[in-house]
Design a protein around this ligand. Structure first.
Ligand code: FAD
Length: 372
């Protein structure tokens, strides 16, 4: 039932573009409204796990993404203070399994946007949507310039501060988790294709290589009482990052000494939206279920959402039934993943002492379930 259907999507991020492509490939006429003046992403990495890769493959873009992205060999949990590997998990695909990739966000967005345009998707830039409401059950979208649109079908892929989510659920108040994060890209050479998680007392740091393995993506998290803003683009003094990890091993400190510019933001927990769809309207990705980054699954979940949403619409006898099927399929899965991400913060941040000793010993012996 998608052939010729007119669908509007709000947001040209990973979720919006993958949904646009999935729907266009099934015959829909898709228009995307994006507030930015160009389709782009921040300079940072993203781990695309086999579940996300499966969606890229189905969308016909996996090879293009892989051509720019190293395949992961393994993930290592390392005691960041005492040194030494606590746990290692192989990530190389065996016997036809799908790979695990380290992807530059800008590359993923570029590949998705190019494929979406080639499939006939129109991406309208500089369209900031100020308000989404319902009139007689139908969605009404108002742009910052005051223009009104009356989409037949509307999908909100407009991220953390989604207007569509607010129209469906009202405003939800996220709470500060008392954790701040830094992100940086550090030039390097021929880095191992390994995700390294350095764990310490109330803090951890993750690195993995991007592109030709000549850049290291670095994300560091510290528990703190000091409130920080949620935005992704606040520059910070690299010395603050170095000071937070001054108790880590010399190799970590040497890496941090090479950081020249860094961004810092606060980590907030948002509830999974109670209502994902009403009539001809639905939400996906961070608009529906923002997650803490401790499972590296936010974008992978957005990719899964996009595929399931398009498949549900294609097989539903009405749009409302298709959207209801999509929500029923997705809620249990994303809720499980988000709960696991919330728990990982605790696993990574154990203070030194008997609890950490026992937890690390269990991991070394392979008797504990490793964080993903
Ligand atoms: P977004 O990427 O936020 O896109 C929303 C789009 O909508 C944007 O283009 C925005 O400009 C546009 N928009 C918003 N409001 C409006 C409006 N009013 N009008 C018009 N346009 C609008 N996930 C992984 O899977 N793997 C990882 O390794 C990983 N690492 C992460 C590391 C960190 C440090 C963080 C913070 C997150 C990480 N994530 C990861 C999560 C991932 O980044 C997000 O879950 C994912 O980007 C969500 O995609 P989205 O398309 O739903 O939203």
């Amino acid at each position: 039932m998608l052939i010729g259907q007119k669908i509007h999507i709000l947001g040209a991020g990973i979720g919006g573009l993958s949904a646009a492509l999935a729907l266009a490939l099934r015959g829909a006429q898709v228009t995307v409204f994006e507030q930015a003046e160009v389709v782009k992403e921040v300079g940072a990495g993203i781990q695309v796990s086999p579940n996300g890769y499966a969606v890229l493959k189905a969308l016909g873009v996996a090879e293009a993404v892989e051509a720019r992205s190293p395949r992961a060999r393994s993930m290592r949990l390392i005691d960041g203070e005492a040194g030494g590997t606590v746990f290692r998990m192989g990530l190389e695909p065996q016997d036809g399994e799908r790979p695990y990739l380290f992807v530059h966000r800008a590359d993923l967005i570029e590949v998705l946007a190019e494929a979406a345009r080639a499939a006939g998707v129109q991406i309208k830039l500089l369209h900031h949507i100020e308000n989404v409401s319902f009139q007689d059950g139908q969605p009404v979208v108002r742009t910052a310039q005051g223009a009104e649109a009356h989409p037949e079908i509307l999908i909100g892929a407009d991220g953390l501060h989604s207007k569509v989510r607010a129209a469906l659920n009202g405003e939800a108040k996220p709470f500060f988790t008392r954790q701040v994060a830094w992100r940086a890209i550090v030039p390097t050479q021929d880095a191992d294709p390994v995700a390294k998680v350095y764990m310490g007392d109330r803090r951890h740091l993750v690195t993995y290589p991007l592109r030709d393995r000549n850049q290291l993506n670095l994300v560091a998290v510290q528990e703190t009482a000091n409130w920080a803003d949620e935005g992704w683009s606040h520059e910070d003094d690299p010395d603050n990052l170095r000071a937070a990890f001054s108790g880590f091993t010399p190799d970590v400190r040497a890496l941090l000494n090479r950081v020249q510019s860094v961004y810092r933001w606060g980590l907030f927990r948002h509830p999974v939206a109670a209502t994902w769809t009403r009539g001809q309207v639905a939400i996906l990705g961070d608009a529906a279920h923002p997650t803490l980054p401790f499972m590296a699954q936010g974008a992978n979940m957005a990719l899964e959402d996009a595929w399931v949403l398009a498949a549900s619409l294609a097989m539903g006898d009405t749009v409302a039934h298709g959207f209801a099927h999509y929500q029923a399929q997705r809620v249990p899965r994303v809720t499980r993943v988000i709960e696991a991400a919330n728990k990982n913060a605790r696993n990574y941040h154990l203070p030194s002492g008997p609890v950490r000793f026992l937890a690390h010993s269990a991991l070394r012996l392979g008797t504990a379930v490793a964080p993903h």
